[in-house]
Design a protein. Structure first.
Lengths: 184, 184
DNA sequence: AAAAAATGTCACATATTTGAGAAAAAAGTC
DNA sequence: GACTTTTTTCTCAAATATGTGACATTTTTT
């Protein structure tokens, strides 16, 4: 059962993902509470945005970490990290977008960005390991593969939302495209 | 040389791409004009947003159409459509996002969406042709391949913006990943 | 250099968004 | 059923965003 605080951050993540300056009224509406209640949990917009970032980070970190430690085979690990990211949904893609945009949350940075880096570096290091062991092509740079991976995650999330791709197939398709697109 | 109107819509596309409800002040700033001047060209926010949509549509339509009619070989055509989309930059990805989001521009729809569909259907029909002629795998649905393509375009655009991937490589990498990711 | 066009500056009226207090209503808890 | 906690309702003041008029200044055209 979700508590009110969570209901609000969840709603905010959905809304802010599509419109970062949306009125808090809209967020409250989506969370099915009054704006007044929202303000009882979050003093102001900044506070709420930070809470969203924190929630997204925790969620992604948890999911990625769990996979990272469970698989020794790097390819298998990479595959399951993809699935974990897809399961995180907008939390993953929004978080990624936030940290690669120029004009936002320059106030926070440092502490918050460090956490983000730790999580996303697990992607990077896995990619590098795969390249070192000649399991994927070296024709592509690790940076590109990282971008590609998040691009495919986003495609998967959009597919799910649009409903144009059968839900059972999404992960299968995503891994098919990603693996073939980077294998030697 | 860009005229003021274009400077404003270009700035607005950049800004709105990241924050659809950003104050017009921010847009004016980016366009290097006063808010007063912005309002001389666009009566209100709605007017500006519509102008952006129009500009994005024209730009994408022009680029995609040109490629579509120049290549008879579907694979070659597909490849160059990818490059054209990447060249359109945020105009492409933002437009796509706008039309696949739930909560926006429900006012315009119809007329405006029709134009969008015409352009993006050229992607779809090319994908279907490729599948019909057994040039790409049938294990993936056409809808997924469409999503994947725009996902890779977005990855390419993000790569360019971040500067982490050498500019000369971006298109090459994008096509490498996309083609391998869908070929039989 | 004069005229015309475009842009900037300043001021102002509205509209919207924001944040919070006080008391009533609803939901949980024992 | 009495009690506590949470949420809603209603309120209001402050802050921010929006759109426009009047006039000065700059830039472009002729």
């Amino acid at each position: 059962m979700k508590n009110t605080r969570q209901k609000i951050t969840d709603a905010a993540i959905e809304i802010f993902n599509e419109d970062l300056s949306a009125p808090l009224e809209i967020v409250a509406e989506k969370a099915e509470v009054t704006r007044r209640t929202l303000h009882r949990y979050f003093t102001d917009r900044q506070d709420l945005v930070l809470a969203c970032q924190f929630a997204m980070q925790e969620s992604c970190k948890k999911a990625i970490d769990a996979v990272y430690t469970s698989y020794t085979d790097p390819l298998e690990r990479f595959e399951n990290m993809l699935y974990a990211a897809i399961d995180c949904g907008v939390k993953f893609s929004f978080l990624h977008r936030m940290h690669n945009n120029d004009r936002h949350q320059h106030t926070v940075k440092d502490e918050n960005c460090k956490k983000y880096d730790v999580t996303f570096n697990k992607f990077k290091s896995t990619i590098e390991e795969l390249q070192r062991k000649d399991l994927i092509t070296k024709e592509l740079s690790a940076e590109w593969i990282e971008m590609l991976s998040t691009g495919i995650v986003t495609a998967a999330i959009n597919s799910e939302k649009s409903g144009n791709v059968a839900k059972i197939n999404i992960k299968k398709f995503a891994w098919y495209s990603l693996s073939k697109g980077i294998l030697v």
